[in-house]
Design a binder for this molecule. Structure first.
Ligand code: ATP
Length: 310
């Protein structure tokens, strides 16, 4: 991932962010930072308030309280030049059914041309963009004739056509087949590593979050209940590695912070007696489930809200 400058102002900062829909308090004091060049995944159960948070940060939704700075401005009052620096891939599809893929991207791209800089020419060249999102064979197709996954690829293209410095992705890979998902992951790495794009994404696919994100935030019951790399979070809830083996016909399990050292010691002591060895790193799914369960234990009375995609 891109080199981070921890001293620089964060690209995104929310302080004591609050949101209430009528009597329903969805965000109850969210604090989060996203630093330049980071890829951050915002996770949480259905209804936790991820989309609400993202929409507030994008300036599409007015907050009930707290402070928000995005690229140095309050998104609610930021101007067109600010908006040109921000890319957005929303969850819901906005229809432009009769337009063709290439036409639509050229139309949107033209808007960004005035905002290009020497560091960052805008917009993304249309043909290259279409290729990047895997729509080359569909460039002249009307949008209404695209499949769900192809439309989603187009959403991603619309999100990055202005070569944003900051990109918000709300469940970007919903409906993607495995190849499209892999291509999308490559695209995110490319944007972060080569194009200096800071990315905040939501997903229910924990393997995806683990693969893409430098840092994971878990939003639950109105606040951020976890903030760290997948590995750091795993350390908080359990041993990072689970070692299983059979010895004398009996199955053993041991959770360890340092699986390699444990296995070395195991073989040192028991050598040939050790059979059927399995070493498994704690997955983000294990960590997520443990953290949401812990949050539930701290807030008794709620029902199951783990929300893991299966
Ligand atoms: N416009 C609205 N008016 C009233 N309530 C809303 C509105 N938008 C969202 N909510 C409520 O706020 C809560 C958070 O919704 P939000 O869509 O932000 O959650 P989410 O974490 O993105 O969920 P999911 O994982 O299902 O996409 C939910 O209880 C939802 O019903």
């Amino acid at each position: 991932m891109a080199v981070l400058n921890a001293d620089a102002d964060p690209v995104v900062r929310a302080t004591d962010l609050r949101m209430r829909y009528g009597a329903n308090e969805v965000l109850a004091g969210v604090n989060l930072d996203v630093r330049r060049g980071e890829v951050v995944a915002l996770l949480g159960p259905n209804g936790a308030g991820k989309t609400t948070t993202i929409e507030i940060l994008e300036g599409f939704r007015a907050r009930s309280g707290g402070d928000v700075r995005v690229l140095g401005a309050d998104p609610l009052h930021a101007g067109e030049d600010w908006r040109a620096r921000v890319g957005v891939v929303l969850q819901s599809w906005r229809d432009h059914g009769r337009w063709r893929v290439r036409e639509l991207l050229e139309q949107f791209g033209a808007y960004y041309a005035a905002y290009g800089t020497t560091d960052r020419t805008r917009p993304y060249p249309t043909a290259e963009l279409i290729e990047r999102v895997g729509l080359t064979g569909h460039a002249d197709q009307p949008i209404k004739s695209l499949s769900g996954g192809q439309r989603r690829r187009l959403d991603v293209a619309i999100g990055i056509v202005g070569r944003p410095e900051l990109l918000f992705l709300d469940e970007p890979t919903a409906g993607f087949d495995p190849v499209a998902r892999r291509d999308f992951h490559d695209l995110v790495h490319r944007l972060a590593d080569l194009e200096d794009t800071t990315i905040l994404l939501t997903t229910h696919d924990l393997a995806e979050a683990e693969k893409l994100a430098d840092r994971i935030l878990i939003l639950d019951r109105g606040t951020i209940v976890a903030d760290g790399s997948a590995e750091q979070l795993a350390r908080e809830v359990a041993g990072v590695t689970e070692v299983r083996w059979t010895q004398g016909g009996q199955r053993h399990v041991h959770a360890s912070q340092d699986g390699t050292a444990f296995v070395r010691e195991l073989f040192g002591q028991h050598g040939d007696m050790v059979e059927d060895l399995e070493v498994r790193r704690t997955s983000l799914e294990d960590t997520y489930l443990a953290m949401v369960a812990r949050s539930a234990a701290d807030n008794p009375g709620d029902t199951d809200r783990t929300g893991v995609a299966r």
